[in-house]
Every structure is written in structure tokens, then in C-alpha cells.
Ligand binder design. Structure first.
Ligand code: KIV
Length: 298
């Protein structure tokens, strides 16, 4: 059931929110990754991830923005729809973007409903601790599973003065713990812990009955999440300390595209192999000059 990858003929069973919750204690650790489109979602689903998060990180990854603040609910719904079409097994989580839920619990329920109806997500994630427990409670009561997100909450980047590690010192650690407990008690089925010291994350993980999913929170969580472009080595520029690169696909993409550019310019692409049969029976197909150019295409 938890193998990484599935046989091409097997019809995978969807991972549900109650199953994710039940992994607390029983394991194995939950593997979550972000995706924002059909192609990436199909590949990571094939690789056996348990959850795909359509994160508001799409602001940075897809839109080239400096932070997540401008991302809209419609944009999350649009990308979620594409991801949901591809996720045969993985549970699809839609992120609630800035100002799609902060205004009131009623706004939160409406926005969560939109992500389920328009985005085909199976649960939603929102940032916030004690101050947002009522919002979580109301969404859960409306029948939508909620994943919490405490510690570093990127939607509060301006209030925090930057993307800074949270939960430091006794006061910081107590705040993260209180936030986590509030979201658990409000009925969330899982909780993201972002950018907090590993001992604080381990303490929170022991203190709550729902699985914690860490990003920059050390190995003591019940699962881990990474942004797909970090994991695959497609990000350029500064990368956070926790972003382990499992491949260098960015370099591979540049190298492959360079070869394509060279072959287009030299005429080596397309060759007869990539060309259709000629229309006329007397034509044997494109002929290639000594310089490698196709010379008789009509
Ligand atoms: O938006 C996102 O990708 C996230 C993860 C980093 C947890 O919230």
C-alpha cells in the first residue's frame, strides 16, 4: 500500500483525510509535496507521495512573485483543478490564500467551499493558530477537512519582518505549542509546522493527536513537505536551508534545451525519424544534406 510507485495496471485507492489522520503513531511517515499543474502532479503521484499540496507558494514558483500575498482564491482553484485530474492516489490539499479566510469564519467556509467545488480539492490548508481556531472549526463543521499551518506563516511575512525561524526561546516555543493545540482542538486532521527548531517540533508532535508535517522543522514530525521545484533542483537563487535537492532537473532542462536550440539551428532536428511519411509515393521522405539539413521538404 505504501510502496513508492504503483504497477501500471493497478487502480490506486485515494488517500483520504481520515487515513492521513490515522497515520499518527502507526506510520509510515507522511510524504507531501507541492504541485501546481497536471504534468507535475501526475509524476509525483506516480512516485507515491501521500499528499499533494497546491500551495500558495505558486506565487513564487509559478508567478515569479517575491511572496505569496497576491495569490487569489481563483488562482488556487484553477491550479487545483489541474492537479486533481492527475492525482490518482494522492490526497489533494488546496491552500487558502491571503485574505480568503482572515476576514471572518463565514468567509473561511465560503472560500473552502469554493476550493472543493471549483478546485476539486479534498481538503484545505490555512495558516494560523489560536486566532483562527474558530475559522477551522466552522470549515470542519461544513464538511471540509482542514490542515493547519503554524510556526512560520508566510502570509504574515510583513508582520514578522521577513521569513524568519519561529518558536525560539521559551515564549516562542509556548506560542507555537498553544497555536498547534488550538488548531487540533478545532478539528484539523493534520498540521504543517514550518521553520521551527527541531526540538520544538518534536515536542508539538508529541503533544497533539494529529500528524504534524514538517518543513524546516527537523526529523521529529510525523511527515515532511517540500516545494516540488526545490526537491527536484529546479529553483535558482537562494534556497532555504531545509530544501534538500534530490535531483538537478534545472540543469538538465537547460542542457536539453540548449541541445534542441543547437539542433534547430544546425538543421539536425527534425530528422526523417521525426517527420511524417511523404505525401507522394515517389518521395522516400526528407533527404538530408551533408550539412545535416532536410533539403526536400515541401
Ligand atoms: O504554499 C506552500 O507551498 C506551503 C508549504 C511550504 C507548506 O504552504
Amino acid at each position: 500500500m505504501y510502496s513508492s510507485g504503483s504497477s501500471p495496471t493497478a487502480i490506486p485507492k485515494k488517500v483520504t483525510a481520515p487515513e492521513v489522520r490515522a497515520r499518527k503513531g502507526s506510520g509510515p511517515s507522511l510524504a507531501m509535496v507541492t504541485a501546481y499543474d497536471f504534468t507535475m502532479a501526475r509524476l509525483v503521484d506516480e512516485a507515491g507521495v501521500d499528499l499533494i499540496l497546491v500551495g500558495d507558494s505558486l506565487g513564487m514558483v509559478v508567478q515569479g512573485l517575491p511572496n505569496t500575498m497576491p495569490v487569489t482564491l481563483d488562482e488556487i482553484a484553477y491550479h487545483s483543478r489541474a492537479v486533481a485530474r492527475a492525482a490518482a492516489r494522492a490526497h489533494v490539499v488546496g491552500d487558502m490564500p491571503f485574505m480568503s479566510y482572515q476576514v471572518s469564519p463565514t468567509q473561511a467556509v465560503e472560500s473552502a467551499g469554493k476550493l472543493v467545488k471549483d478546485g476539486a480539492v479534498e481538503s484545505v490548508k490555512l495558516e494560523g493558530g489560536e486566532d483562527f481556531a474558530e475559522h477551522v472549526w466552522r470549515i470542519v463543521r461544513a464538511g471540509v477537512p482542514v490542515m493547519g499551518h503554524v510556526g512560520l506563516m508566510p502570509q504574515s511575512v510583513h508582520a514578522l519582518g521577513g521569513f524568519k525561524v519561529q518558536g525560539r526561546g521559551d515564549q516562542g516555543a509556548s506560542k507555537v505549542l498553544a497555536d498547534a493545540k488550538a488548531i487540533e482542538e478545532a478539528g484539523a486532521y493534520a498540521l504543517v509546522l514550518e521553520a521551527i527548531p527541531p526540538d520544538v517540533a518534536a515536542e508539538v508532535t508529541r503533544a497533539v493527536s494529529i500528524p504534524t508535517i514538517g518543513i524546516g522543522a527537523g526529523p521529529g514530525c510525523d511527515g515532511q513537505v517540500l516545494v516540488c521545484t526545490d526537491l527536484l533542483g529546479m529553483s535558482r537563487g537562494h534556497a532555504p536551508k531545509f530544501a534538500k535537492r534530490y535531483a538537478e532537473l534545472g540543469d538538465a532542462i537547460v542542457a536539453a534545451t540548449r541541445r534542441y536550440v543547437d539542433e534547430v539551428r544546425s538543421g539536425a532536428f527534425p530528422s526523417a525519424e521525426q517527420s511524417y511519411k511523404p505525401n507522394r509515393a515517389d518521395e522516400s521522405g526528407p533527404r538530408v544534406s551533408e550539412q545535416g539539413r532536410v533539403v526536400n521538404l515541401r
